[in-house]
Design a protein around this ligand. Structure first.
Ligand SMILES: [Zn+2]
Length: 64
């Protein structure tokens, strides 16, 4: 059982996109949906507008 858990954690590490993004020089951009207050984060080379993944509200400006 412990062996199985260790394997699962190893897979999660391999899929850690945040670490990968830092190596690529991308920024973590924060967004907040003005309609419903959804918050999320995307990775882009620079700040830009995006759309809410929860309710499809468009042209949401980056917070940072
Ligand atoms: Zn939303």
């Amino acid at each position: 059982m412990a062996r199985q858990l260790a394997d699962q954690f190893a897979e999660l590490d391999a899929e850690d996109e945040e670490t990968f993004a830092e190596e690529e020089g991308l920024l973590d951009i924060q967004f907040r949906c003005p309609e419903y207050g959804h918050e999320w984060q995307e990775q882009w080379p620079s700040a830009c507008d995006s759309e809410c993944p929860n309710c499809d509200t468009k042209n949401i400006t980056a917070l940072t």
